[in-house]
Ligand binder design. Sequence first.
Ligand SMILES: Nc1nc2c(ncn2[C@@H]2O[C@H](COP(=O)(O)OP(=O)(O)O)[C@@H](O)[C@H]2O)c(=O)[nH]1
Ligand SMILES: [Mg+2]
Length: 292
Amino acid sequence: MEMKDDIYIQWYPGHMTKAKREMQEKLKMVDMVIELRDARVPNASKNPMLEEIIQQKPRLIILSKKDKANAFMTTRWIEKLRNAHTRVLAINILQDSFHTQVIEESQELMKEKIAKMIRRGIRPRAIRAMVVGIPNVGKSTFINRIARKKVAQTGDRPGVTRSLQWVKVNQALELLDTPGVLWPKFEDPQVGVLLAVTGAIRDEVLPLEEISVWAMRYLISKYPQQICDRYHIEVEDDPYEMFKKIAEKRCFFLENQKLDHKRAMETFLRELRDDKLGSITWEELCEDSECA
Ligand SMILES: Nc1nc2c(ncn2[C@@H]2O[C@H](COP(=O)(O)OP(=O)(O)O)[C@@H](O)[C@H]2O)c(=O)[nH]1
Ligand SMILES: [Mg+2]
């Protein structure tokens, strides 16, 4: 049985320290890091300590779930995140064929190191990379698809020590078979909201009203047309008015004949996550360096 990663379980301080230390151990074995983030929330889906953990290792950022994000915003995020030792690709991991692209980007990142080896007469071995990211960004799906087989991940359980296994992508690139699972930026409440909106956090642990009202407010200001197209209602500034209209439109009534706002909120959130409101990016580019 595959254990589903969860944003909240296990992340007490001791566990974070352990995850960090384990990753630093594994990093000694790799040339570069493939960091997965969710293209809809490129900032909220990062680990706050990643840069400190990977130090100066070259990094390929994969913005996953490209199909669910706004294409224009994804282009802008790619530009924002790219730098001298970071390359960025946006992909739909479930459908795109990204095998060649990932190999080429990795070779590009390792170009100087490879050239140096060749100059010194050393035949370059395959580039070794490690996949890292917070839960639910698509790490397992990515490894399985790029390896073109189901990679066993028995080492996911804590306390199971085993030797490092490499998954061969081709003769130029191999990956560590288990991804490094890191924690999100818990201390920022907005990150919690964004991870909830995108469905990375189980609904039982979040306040439905806060999440749906925030999401509706954001759509009203950035994606009003997508609300119109879905619900055929006129868009107003007040999110609560919108839930009222949705309840009316869908005939969501309580036993006392009053409108059932809660049901409208639940329906809206479910439809959002099922992509019924189209492709949406939930984070604007921020100017401060916190964002990269
Ligand atoms: N639409 C879409 N879904 C994806 C994509 N990548 C992963 N998923 C889905 O996201 C969920 C989490 O993926 P998983 O590989 O388990 O994430 P992990 O926790 O990082 O290992 C699964 O339901 C995947 O099918 C993508 O690019 N597009
Ligand atoms: Mg996984």
